[in-house]
Design a binder for this molecule. Sequence first.
Ligand code: ADP
Length: 166
Amino acid sequence: MKIAIYPGSFDPITSGHLNIIRRAANIFDRLIVCVMVNGAKAPLFTQAERVQMIKDVVSDIPNVQVDASDELLAEYARKMGSCVIVKGLRAGSDFENEFQMAIINNKINPSLDTMFLTAEHQYMYLSSSTVKELANYDVDLTEFLPEQIIPVFKQRIADVRQGGNR
Ligand code: ADP
């Protein structure tokens, strides 16, 4: 059974992420979407909230499992019996960083390969941080976020704004 892991911060999951999940789920027998801790980013949602949001969005894809981990990705993959990491590759920004990560992960766990799926053209410039920026303006988010999570996302942005104004 070919098990792949799709790691990320997913803060929140965007339509670009979901597109990669659907395509990877078509290629592998099982896909584990794993919410990883990223020390460099202060998240809008907790790890548990992000896991729940992804679960809500992928409930119609039977071979997708959602998890969270604080471990080193290469170790997590070994533990889960996976030898493939799936990554989405967007225009410009992702390449250098992802290339470096792929080589490091392979050094730590030599049976681990990284497979890149190119972002679809309409999601090429979409990131969770772009969506968070857009949330400050009155922009229709349906193109950028899976529809199930739009209300939760808008509510969190409103809560954060209110907290900030106190
Ligand atoms: P973000 O940059 O949106 O915060 P994450 O850290 O959650 O992204 O990204 C997880 C993975 O998903 C990475 O491999 C990233 O390149 C990929 N990804 C993010 N956004 C997109 C998109 N719009 N299209 C394709 N892949 C994407």
